[in-house]
Design a protein around this ligand. Structure first.
Ligand code: ZN
Length: 171
């Protein structure tokens, strides 16, 4: 088990578009395993490679946080190929500590990507799973959920983050 440090808002890697994985090799498999361990330890229900400092298009999602083996989704080069509906719900992010805000997302998505054997797979998600998949794919495009909020909300969050940083290290 290898845990990696989670990058926090303000780190430039979080606003950069990540590079395609293209070929799933040993390094990608190792990175995916470390990301799963890091997600479970946090704990969180999703993590994208840029959040652990690697600018590659790789995401992990597990709504059960390790409780149900079948719930783990690992996708390289994920792409939303279908989306339906809209739902507004509170969400948070391991890279934006202590902030939870309502964000609108599709209520159902189909995502195509590569599994760890390099096979093309499609994953369908509804509600929270759709939200988690979209949130993680946004990370690969350098988008944090707070950027989807109104300018006023963003200003308040910036203030709160500064205050938190001033009162001690976030990690
Ligand atoms: Zn996030």
């Amino acid at each position: 088990m290898a845990l990696r440090d989670i990058r926090i808002i303000g780190d430039p890697i979080l606003t950069k578009r990540a590079e395609p994985v293209a070929a799933v090799d040993e390094e990608i498999v190792r990175l995916a395993r470390d990301m799963v361990d890091t997600m479970y330890a946090a704990p969180g229900i999703g993590l994208a490679a840029p959040q652990v400092g690697v600018s590659k298009r790789l995401i992990v999602v597990d709504l059960s946080v390790g409780q149900n083996k079948d719930d783990l989704i690992v996708l390289a080069d994920p792409e939303v190929i279908r989306q339906e509906g809209e739902a507004t719900c509170e969400e948070g992010c391991l890279s934006v500590p202590d902030i939870r805000e309502k964000v609108s997302r599709p209520s159902r998505v189909t995502v195509r990507g590569l599994d760890l054997e390099g096979r093309t797979v499609e994953v369908e998600g509804e509600d929270l799973l759709a939200r988690a998949l979209c949130h993680e794919i946004d990370h690969l495009d350098g988008i944090l959920f707070v950027e989807k909020l109104s300018p006023l909300k963003r200003k308040l969050i910036r203030k709160k983050l500064k205050k938190n940083a001033a009162s001690g290290p976030i990690l």
